[in-house]
Design a binder for this molecule. Sequence first.
Ligand SMILES: NC(=O)c1ccc[n+]([C@@H]2O[C@H](COP(=O)([O-])OP(=O)(O)OC[C@H]3O[C@@H](n4cnc5c(N)ncnc54)[C@H](OP(=O)(O)O)[C@@H]3O)[C@@H](O)[C@H]2O)c1
Length: 170
Amino acid sequence: MQRQNDLSSQPGMPQVAIIAAMTGNLVIGSGNSLPWHLPEDLQLFKRLTMGCTIIMGHKTYTSIGRPLPGRHNIVLSRSQKNLPGVQVCDSFIACLTAAAQLGRKVFVIGGEELYRKALPIASELHISWVKDTIPGDVHFPGFDLENWIICESMNHPGFRYIRYQRKDSR
Ligand SMILES: NC(=O)c1ccc[n+]([C@@H]2O[C@H](COP(=O)([O-])OP(=O)(O)OC[C@H]3O[C@@H](n4cnc5c(N)ncnc54)[C@H](OP(=O)(O)O)[C@@H]3O)[C@@H](O)[C@H]2O)c1
């Protein structure tokens, strides 16, 4: 199936990977933080994103509270022009253009608003499926697993990590 709104096929646009932890019913957060304590998932996140470019929404940046070291941090915001230690962009396409110029692997790291923008163009998903059912107020957008191939799957305490590749990815 052709990707909708296929920004990533436009000249100069990077391939985009999404990384997220979520429950089976797609909860990703609560009260602007993560509603679980999964240190192994944080380690995995660090290992996978180290040296790469990460794109996040302003609320996620606020929730983390600092730029993530060893990675080029791009924050999407309308309200802020400058934030310490990060590159601020005022549109998603500006984030992608800035990321493309760096030539590193690009991860969109959340939150909900960013995942909604990135999912239609993402070629790869790194999902940590949290085993518990946990309530929350932000969700990953619904997606059809039929469109994704499982490339890797690993069981961890409290979650299962699965890497998916989009079936039509080039
Ligand atoms: N489970 C996970 O893997 C995971 C990962 C990351 C985050 N989270 C959770 O997700 C939640 C945050 O997600 P969220 O959806 O509330 O916020 P978000 O996506 O992190 O950030 C939303 C902000 O991004 C900016 N923005 C969004 N669209 C924009 C656009 N088109 N142009 C310019 N700026 C734009 C706005 O910032 P301004 O208001 O400054 O304009 C907006 O308030 C938290 O609970 C966090 O813990 C979970």
